[in-house]
Design a protein around this ligand. Sequence first.
Ligand SMILES: [Zn+2]
Length: 311
Amino acid sequence: MVTRRYTFRLYPNKEQEAKMLNARRLHCYLYNACVSDRKYEWKANRKSVSYMDQQNCLPEFKECWTEYKGLHSQSLQATVKRVDFAYGAWFQGLRRKRSPNGKKRIKPSNRWRLHRKRISQLQRKCANQRKNWQHQITSEIASRYDIGVTEKLNVKGMTRKAKTSKGRRQKAGLNKSILSVGFGELNNMLTYKIEEKGGIVLKIDTKKVKPSQRCPQCGTVHKEWAELSNRYHVCDCGFESDRDYSAVMVMYNVAVGRQTGLGIHLADVDDSSTTSKTRKHTGSMKQLGQVKRQSSKLTKGAVLETPPSTK
Ligand SMILES: [Zn+2]
């Protein structure tokens, strides 16, 4: 069973917005009431209040504070549960962390705190924007195609520090942009979205295939193509194209079992990298049959000798 969480963006009108803000305010009060209840019970009676204690008080609480009658009881339980989670996390933190050093403790200034808050706000906004973009782009791709071909990514290796001091700053900048796009996450999203509709995703091992160095037409590996400054690829066989485009062509050729070049057969490069093993079929029998046909076509192409490149 797959658990999926959907996130929707609401565009409420004035009235709805006021209602929701009011609900949030009430939840906030409830949260604080739960916290102070726990604190009080411990201070006065040395009694630790559990989640169930507080949950069982909710009906009574609603009788007293009638404005809570408009809120769903499960949502109130969720807020009480959040208090419980927060307490649990706090106690765990107490166990793990060392006690604070009383002498060295410096009180952070208001200005510093304000800056921290602003920075974390911006970071959160940035992360949200990225996630939104990732979902949009992967949903669009997944809605259009049943077979996805991606690279087996090694983000850790890709974002390693530059070996020589020469390109250090350049590499640092590239690393930052690799991480900021979130390739790994993009790959994951695309995979689950395509698989969910019964498609297949091939993950090609780029260490063996070298899509950015191989000529899609004749299969020759050009070491110098790996240089990032080399944006346009020209091969002796007459092939020439943009760097990214030629890399994608190699990946496509490998996926359909058509890439020429030494040892580049799908059977060789693509061991265990198909995600079909973990694939879940949610569609009809007709869809299932289609998928089967597709995958058998792919493996057949892999077993066959690679045909000469078509022009
Ligand atoms: Zn070539």
